[in-house]
Design a protein around this ligand. Structure first.
Ligand code: ZN
Length: 463
């Protein structure tokens, strides 16, 4: 397991102005949706003093810890040295007298979001800054050229940038996916089990955070689907076993059930993209025309779901990306058909979740025009539509996403000793996820990187 951690820095040691170019829109305007006004009243402080380096105590916040547990109504949380020191019911935590007290009545504190599946390759500093400002304190990069591994890690350690956890190139069959994407450098073809193990060793030595394998036979030609070569099961197993020996999770790109047996036999940790329950050569359009765009076209689907759940495999559905890809591939497709496909994909997630399966948030963000870096709002809404509760959505976006990025138990939850990557929002997102749009403050490694910490109103201060 890669033990490299982001730099641990002092609490609030960066002035808000330093990490927030004046030319960029602030939360509450521009890319931030929702109607919450940005703090400007007397109850909110001026930018964080650069000199502040002592402990900070959040007092009386509603705690949503990222594990899926119910919110705790009034919690104190002590931060120092970039980490959470202690947390517990208000009054029980033992706040040092020199701590800066931050009144959090009416606010919820939750872990920073993690978008576990992205392909950030260009404008890296600006993109990571955009994610962070919108409350995404970390991202996973699920496939890039090897030359970007170090660059992404380094960029993610900057105070104004989201952390990045990286796969490097995906292990695949010669000529296999994603060799058809970009310049092909995001593919790492292997011919034999020895080569598969060597590729994993090489990636582990370069410091990757998880291993990506692709099992994609579809060439993404939605009009007339063609087939790509896929690794034989023995090679997937060889790669996965070696990755686990390195302590690295294995994330497999699987669209179709015809690859699921091999993925489960290799004990992969997550299935990326949608588990589309139909054979790859079957076009959506033909199925829709024939009235067969239904899950009951595949009687064994429930059995596969049960096996995934029993194996504890996380599903990273990337629903929005699948729909975007279909829309681009078939621009003439009527909206009604696209809606029908969307409902089918959401239904897959619904059945998986209803069977007890767990999700990790991933948007498959690639920087398409009109899709800014930030919280993947549509993806979050589709998870709600699939029947996840707001707490389950938050768990998928925090603990779940951390796990598939190789940070299980080390990020994505609020617990003593873990990095203080957290969000303060107005209201209660565990009751209504829309409260996330009232994002007030983002902290990364204990630093305020967007917004301002509240201060007690003047009238409440001791005279
Ligand atoms: Zn992807």
């Amino acid at each position: 397991m890669n033990t490299e951690e982001p730099d641990v820095t002092e609490v609030n040691s960066v002035a808000a102005s330093e990490s927030w170019p004046a030319s960029e829109p602030r939360p509450g305007s521009g890319s931030w949706s929702g109607s919450a006004s940005w703090p400007g009243s007397q109850s909110w402080s001026e930018p964080e003093p650069e000199s502040w380096s002592g402990p900070v105590a959040l007092i009386g916040a509603r705690l949503i810890d990222g594990t899926g547990a119910a919110a705790c109504p009034a919690t104190d949380l002590l931060i120092e040295g970039g980490r959470i020191i202690r947390l517990g019911p208000t009054g029980s935590v033992g706040i040092p007298p020199h701590a800066r007290l931050v009144p959090c009545d009416g606010l919820s504190v939750l872990p920073g979001f993690i978008d576990s599946h992205t392909h950030v390759e260009r404008d890296i500093p600006a993109v990571l800054h955009g994610f962070l400002q919108d409350g995404v304190t970390s991202i996973g990069n699920t496939g890039s050229g090897p030359q970007l591994i170090e660059e992404l890690h380094r960029a993610g350690r900057q105070p104004g940038a989201a952390n990045v956890f990286v796969a490097g190139p995906a292990i695949t069959a010669p000529g296999g996916y994603p060799v058809i994407r970009g310049d092909g450098s995001a593919a790492r073809p292997v011919h034999t089990a020895d080569e598969a193990r060597a590729a994993v060793d090489e990636l582990a030595a370069r410091g990757v955070d998880f291993i990506k394998v692709t099992q994609e036979s579809f060439d993404f030609n939605y009009r007339s689907p063609g087939r790509l070569p896929v690794l034989p099961p023995a090679l997937i197993q060889a790669a996965a076993r070696r990755a686990h020996e390195h302590g690295l999770p294995v994330r497999s790109h699987v669209h179709h059930v015809d690859q699921l047996d091999a993925a489960l036999a290799a004990a992969v940790d997550s299935i990326e993209h949608l588990l589309f329950p139909l054979p790859p050569e079957t076009g959506y359009v033909e199925l829709q025309r024939a009235g067969r765009l239904r899950l009951d076209a595949l009687p064994d689907f429930a059995r596969w779901i049960d096996r995934m759940v029993a194996a504890g495999v996380r599903l990273v559905p990337t629903l929005g990306s699948e729909l975007t890809s279909i829309r681009i591939g078939l621009p003439e497709l009527p909206d009604a058909t696209l809606t029908e496909i969307e409902q089918l994909l959401v239904e897959v997630v619904r059945r998986f979740t209803a069977a007890g399966g767990r999700i990790a948030l991933g948007s498959d963000w690639v920087g398409l025009p009109g899709i800014p870096a930030g919280r993947p709002r549509q993806e979050l809404h589709r998870l709600l539509a699939a029947g996840l509760t707001p707490l389950q959505v938050i768990e998928a976006a925090t603990q779940g996403a951390a796990a598939v990025c190789g940070r299980a138990g080390r990020l994505g939850v609020l617990a003593p000793g873990l990095p203080a990557d957290l969000l303060l929002v107005d209201g209660d997102p565990s009751a209504d996820l829309a409260a996330l749009d009232a994002l007030r403050v983002v902290l990364k490694d204990g630093r305020v990187v967007a917004g301002r910490l509240p201060v007690a109103p003047a009238t409440a201060l001791p005279s």
